[in-house]
Design a protein around this ligand. Structure first.
Ligand code: AMP
Ligand code: MG
Length: 501
């Protein structure tokens, strides 16, 4: 077979690239082109996102298979693999890097925001170690579905611009169709990017990276008395908010290694991620998380652990006096718990229809979660049905049917109504406000698996399309999509998810 290698002077002018990362010092990345594939086919182009990015949609529709497979490099691309390190399940690995991802470049979107455009699964890079640099179709569809669902839920996240099949197999435990997802991110800097340079004692590069991150994501901190400390605090606050938002929708990231935590505050790397079915704070889906390090309710604490690792890389920039610098870092990290709690409690109050705050609200919320845990209530459906109960107590029976027994929730509903009596909103307004924060539709694990199986085994993408469509409007009632609202039957329940690397 004879492939023309991707040419850096390709003629597809769909992107107005401006590649700031490629202008950083050479130790930040390795220049590398995607490896051409046999027979690419475009599964999906995300047209609304392409428009938001100011891309030439007509060209992408015509040449998408070639461009998003890496077979044709768009004009202005400067493809590279980023260097980073990271703590994986608590163990430090000094060199990871983009082993199966290549940054094509950056564009300025319609809102003036700089966005990275990256192919995930485009072949080997200098960071591939023993990996093939490829991705299988299942994980590509999972990332497309879940990242777009997170966006529609209103949660900061990387996004999916396109998915292609490559026409080539990948060899995992089974032989699987190869695929590539095009990821769009505010940036791909991670906690692990800082660790890469700090671990080498290269504080000069840590500083260059911090200045770059500040310019790109936190320009407001430049006026602070201690800009690097203010930067660190800003990252901390964004991550606290992000993790609170995950908890509000029952999201379990699954692999919160420091290389999978962004500096921008976006959710990244949808590997073994999953949404809760029945509420269980200790829930873990990931097959590789044997001790539950990244369990649902452990995520806030792990976020703080990761942020402590970030602090370790930045401490020398906080103050010339090391003792002072460490003290400043500890104080900043110490604020994380309260910031997280504020975001979490605020969002949870809204989920149960409280506009005001009262002392006893935390207890009320914890009592609900305990009832859900004991009653094995589906997290998403219980909160959605609670919206109907807010409008009319006649809906309580339907809500109660979400629980193993009606007694599991009856007493709590009485306490809740007592608390609601001290609120201002009418029942209708309250129910409407609650529906805007309690999704009807999430990408349920069994529906993701079903869509992946149909695509992988039968090249049938209709279930993938339907899941993307329904989760694009998670807060609207879409009666025609009832099957996507229902929790799994015991036979349908997914117990384990896999990284799929
Ligand atoms: P992840 O599990 O996606 O966070 O990846 C962890 C590390 O493994 C990163 O450095 C990846 O680039 C690398 N990696 C994962 N899968 C592959 C693959 N198929 N080929 C090469 N590198 C990989
Ligand atoms: Mg990763």
């Amino acid at each position: 077979m004879n492939y023309a290698p991707p040419s850096p002077t390709g003629n597809a002018e769909a992107f107005a690239f401006d590649n700031s990362y490629a202008r950083l010092p050479q130790q930040f990345f390795a220049r590398v082109a995607p490896t051409p594939v046999a027979e690419p086919w475009l599964i999906k182009l995300n047209r609304p996102l392409a428009e938001e990015l100011g891309l030439d949609v007509a060209t992408l529709e015509r040449e998408g298979a070639e461009i998003f497979s890496g077979n044709r490099l768009p004009a202005g691309a400067d493809p590279l693999a980023m260097a980073y390190a990271g703590h994986q399940f608590g163990t430090f690995v000094p060199q990871l890097g983009d082993g199966r991802a290549i940054l094509l470049g950056e564009v300025i979107d319609r809102n003036g925001k700089r966005r990275d455009i990256q192919l995930k699964g485009p072949g080997q890079t200098p960071f591939s170690r023993r990996g093939d640099g490829r991705a299988a179709l299942g994980p590509v569809l999972r990332e497309y579905i879940v990242s777009e669902a997170m966006y529609a839920l209103g949660i900061p996240t990387t996004r999916a611009l396109a998915a292609v099949v490559t026409g080539q197999p990948v060899y995992r435990e089974q032989i699987l169709p190869g695929a590539i997802v095009t990821r769009v991110a505010a940036s791909h800097m991670r906690v692990g990017t800082f660790q890469f340079f700090a671990a080498r004692g290269d504080m000069e590069s840590v500083k260059v990276l911090a200045d770059y991150a500040i310019d790109r994501h936190y320009p407001e901190v430049k006026d602070a008395e201690r800009p690097y400390l203010a930067f660190y605090k800003a990252v901390t606050a964004r991550q606290a908010e992000l993790i609170a938002r995950w908890l509000h929708v029952g999201f379990i990231h699954g692999v919160m290694n420091t290389d999978n935590m962004t500096i921008s505050g976006e959710t990244i790397d949808f590997g073994p991620c999953a949404f809760l079915d029945a509420y269980d704070p200790k829930k873990v889906f990931s097959s590789i998380d044997q001790v539950g390090r990244y369990a649902y309710a452990s995520q806030p604490a792990i976020g703080q652990w990761n942020l402590a690792r970030l602090a370790e890389t930045l401490v020398p920039l906080f103050d010339d006096n090391q003792d002072t610098a460490v003290e400043l870092a500890n104080d900043a990290l110490g604020e994380y718990g309260a910031i997280f709690q504020r975001y979490w409690l605020g969002g949870m109050r809204r989920k149960i229809g409280l506009a005001m705050s009262e002392e006893g609200d935390l207890d009320l919320l914890q009592a609900l979660l305990t009832a859900m845990h004991q009653g094995e209530a589906d997290f998403t459906l219980a909160f959605r049905r609670l919206c109907d109960s807010a409008r009319d107590p006649a809906a309580d029976a339907v809500l109660a049917s979400t629980f193993a027994s009606a007694e599991a929730i009856g007493p709590w509903l009485q306490d809740w109504r007592q608390r609601l009596s001290r609120e201002q909103a009418t029942p209708d307004d309250r129910a409407t406000a609650m529906k805007a924060v309690n999704p009807a539709y999430i990408p349920r694990n069994h529906r993701i698996e079903e869509a992946i199986a149909a695509a992988t085994e039968d090249a049938d993408f209709s279930l993938f399309e339907a899941l993307v469509e329904v989760t694009a409007n998670p807060y609207a009632d879409q009666p025609q999509f009832a099957r996507y609202q229902a929790p799994p039957s015991p036979q349908e329940e997914v117990q384990r998810t896999f990284c799929g690397t």
